[in-house]
Design a protein around this ligand. Structure first.
Ligand SMILES: [Cu+2]
Length: 157
């Protein structure tokens, strides 16, 4: 319930400021610190952003980048018909007018692939998202502990 109330408050707050600049926006986000042992095997990182389309046309993510990874992609996790978990790349993620999407652990996320350095708690991860119509937007994501469920969960502690 707490998270629902928080999301409602966030929507009201952003609606007031979105008027002047319509289109797709990166509202917030966070990243997870790398697990030291896992990073030795798999030099990837994970981050989550919330995206809202306050404009009147559909927009699409056409490119992603971060100075801290060789490749940045949108991924989704789920389970197949047999219940086996999978993770796959999502191409051309689109946002309808009025749509708001919050990435979260276990669902859609940003995958940072081939990172020279592990992500450390407290550092900042810049990510640039290029939309077909809105162009480039960069967001600076705070890195939370490996086991964190994100800023909302940390604030509720
Ligand atoms: Cu992934």
């Amino acid at each position: 319930m707490r998270s629902i109330l928080f999301a409602a408050a966030l929507t009201v707050a952003t609606a007031a400021t979105a008027q002047a600049d319509e289109g797709v926006h990166l509202l917030s986000g966070w990243a997870k610190a790398s697990h030291p042992a896992a990073f030795k095997v798999n030099k990837n990182g994970v981050a989550y952003i919330t995206i809202e389309n306050t404009g009147t046309e559909v927009d699409t993510i056409v490119k992603l980048s971060s100075p801290k990874a060789r490749v940045t992609e949108v991924h989704e996790m789920g389970a197949d018909e047999k219940g086996m978990p999978f993770m796959r790349k999502v191409k051309d993620l689109t946002f309808d007018p009025g749509e708001k999407m919050e990435m979260h652990p276990g669902g859609i996320h940003l995958m940072l692939i081939d990172m020279p350095e592990p992500l450390k708690e407290g550092e900042i991860l810049p990510v640039t998202v290029t939309f077909e119509h809105a162009g480039d937007e960069t967001i600076e994501l705070k890195v939370y502990p490996f086991r964190s469920k994100g800023p909302d969960a940390e604030a509720a502690k």
